[in-house]
Design a protein around this ligand. Structure first.
Ligand SMILES: C[S@@+](CC[C@H](N)C(=O)[O-])C[C@H]1O[C@@H](n2cnc3c(N)ncnc32)[C@H](O)[C@@H]1O
Length: 374
């Protein structure tokens, strides 16, 4: 029976029309499966169509132009006197790039120290549980995640510790994603999400509300480190710990070296940072906020695989995405400006890699602080 069917198909395939329809169906179906299942974590047609995006289609082009203008900084001075408007542009940045990050990187928008042989996903979770350990998080405690993104770390930390975590982000679209993903993960009872500016935490939460706080690669967006640390200080209970993975210039950074200055400026511009600080800046900010600094530690110096290696291995997919965004934009399927957003992210990735390779920049300089008991 089977051979008869095969014979029948072979005869039909001799007909040129049938043959070309079959070839087209195989190529189309194979391409679709490759796009959907292997090359990309999310379906690019859905992601870049503007159907799931954070920003109205007609605003993407002007959004990326005004963002680029605001963060156009060339001389190692950050955004200068425009600092106070940073949160508004950070919000615009995340409206433009949240889908790209989630699509290309995953639900956790941060880097990780990685051991040789460890998967990217495992290293991300280890990075998250490590910060939870530094604040002694466990079941029964109430914690705040400052700058929670779409909640990848929050979900993993809730699952690992059993603590209750409230996430805050300035970006409304990220709140939508959090709600959806937290529900799917079954952690609604142990989590909460709030849309707001963490520079105004005292307007959202009462003083002495939380038993612990952590922030993963988010304090770097604050226009003023001492001011944001002061906000966190207020909402913590006495004796509570606050840990942050900071994006910092290391002591290898030389302000007289043009390459160093250009790379760090490129990191700031491509990631919506008002400037890039040092660990000394953070320690001084912590003390002026009233915290006792317990310890600081550059986690980028640990692990056998440098944190920036994950970007190098994702580069091929990133270039494919770049071509795809151009094609989708040309076909008017993706909003005008989509490829410009991706160009910004590609440049940011190149500078981050260079910063890591030169050792002048760390995205995971840990600082652990304590609110004194009395
Ligand atoms: C690089 S992402 C990190 C997200 C998350 N911590 C993670 O690792 O997945 C930075 C986050 O900080 C948030 N953020 C930046 N500035 C903020 C502000 N002024 N108030 C509240 N959230 C802010 C952004 O919306 C974004 O969610």
């Amino acid at each position: 029976m089977a051979p008869a069917i095969v014979d029948d198909i072979m005869v039909k395939l001799e007909n040129p029309t049938v043959k070309w329809i079959t070839v087209a169906a195989c190529v189309g179906g194979g391409g679709y499966l490759a796009v959907k299942m292997s090359l990309f974590r999310k379906n690019p047609f859905q992601v870049f169509s503007g159907k799931t995006g954070a920003m109205a289609k007609n605003l993407v082009d002007s959004g990326i132009s005004s963002y680029n203008e605001f963060f156009n900084q060339e001389d190692g001075k950050g955004v200068g006197d425009k600092k106070l408007s940073t949160p508004e542009f950070v919000n615009k940045f995340y409206s433009l790039i949240t889908d790209f990050y989630e699509y290309g990187w995953g639900e956790s928008f941060h880097f990780a120290a990685r051991e040789v042989g460890e998967s990217f996903e495992k290293s991300i979770i280890r990075q998250e549980t490590a910060i939870a350990e530094t604040v002694g998080l466990k079941a029964g405690m109430k914690c705040i995640d400052l700058g929670c993104g779409v909640g990848g770390p929050l979900r993993n930390i809730v699952k690992a510790t059993g603590a209750h975590v409230t996430g805050i982000t300035i970006n409304e679209y990220q709140i939508e994603r959090n709600k959806l993903l937290n529900k799917a993960a079954g952690i609604e009872d142990l989590s909460d999400v709030v849309c707001g500016d963490f520079m105004d935490l005292h307007k959202v939460f009462k003083p002495n509300t939380f038993d612990a706080a952590y922030s993963i690669e988010a304090m770097c967006h604050a226009p003023d480190t001492a001011a944001i640390y002061k906000q966190v200080f207020k909402v913590l209970k006495p004796g509570a710990l606050f840990s942050s993975y900071e994006w910092l210039r290391t002591n290898k950074y030389d302000p007289n070296n043009k390459l160093h200055v250009d790379v760090v400026d490129g990191i700031a511009k491509g990631n919506a940072l008002p400037d890039v600080r040092t660990i000394e800046d953070c320690i001084a900010a912590a003390k002026s906020a009233g915290f006792e600094v317990q310890y600081t530690f550059d986690r980028a110096t640990t692990g056998g695989v440098p944190w920036q290696a994950a970007m190098k291995s994702a580069r091929r997919a990133a270039y494919l995405t770049h071509i795809l965004t151009g094609v989708l934009e040309f076909l008017r399927f993706a909003p005008k400006g989509t490829q410009a957003v991706h160009t910004m992210l590609l440049k940011a990735a190149v500078n981050l890699e260079k910063g890591g390779d030169l050792g002048i920049f760390s995205p995971m300089y840990l600082i652990v602080m304590k609110k004194p008991v009395a």
